[in-house]
Design a protein around this ligand. Sequence first.
Ligand code: 13P
Length: 254
Amino acid sequence: MRKNLVAGNWKMNMTYQDGLALVSEITNMVADEVGGSGVEVVICPPFPFLHSIGKLLTAGGNIHLGAQNCHQKESGAFTGEVSAKMLQSVGVEYVILGHSERRQYFHEDNELLSQKLKAVLAAGLKPIFCVGESLETREADETFAYLEKQLKEGLFHLSNEEFDQVTIAYEPIWAIGTGKTATSQQAQEVHAFIREQIARAYDAEAALNTTILYGGSANAQNARELFSQPDVDGGLIGGAALKSRDFTEIIKSF
Ligand code: 13P
């Protein structure tokens, strides 16, 4: 079912001590509101902090735990990797997949991401699947064709039941960490387009029920305007998720 959701992607930031302090601040600031507001909050810290932060979140209220990546295989000789099942065993509920940084720096393509999606779903976890175009693609007027391909190859191979578990995040690469946010019209236009593609690949009900987040320099100042768009259901937040006040202001923007 479609919901309002704000997820914080910490990326490779914070020490364990900083992370614990940040989460305590966030839980203190939003505990009451998150419970009653219907907004789902997800925090995605780096792997080593997941277990302890998960415990803090369970104690602090209605905030959920997410991971930033996982390996596509269930187990085995893959030194340095982390499986979906491992994540599930420490209390993770969501896994970000297909972030543009993973696609760009770690060469994750739609084929690999399809396998990761299957692994996440098989472990009973919920994927937050990222799509988004580069500045070059946008300027060449190829945004929609590019997104259509990302969705078709990366995501639409899932069955209806599997797709029900997916949250999509639209993150234009040119807006990530640049301070250059998409305008609310640009975000709305793409989100509506994504919903249309879902209706085509699945059905109108699936399109209506899919949560679609915006990510890319979203902050306490622009969140309200972005979230007021009919097809923007929340945000995947990077930099502003590292500051308790900014992150909680974003949560309160609904
Ligand atoms: P910023 O909010 O720092 O632009 O990052 C967005 C993002 O990549 C979240 O996954």
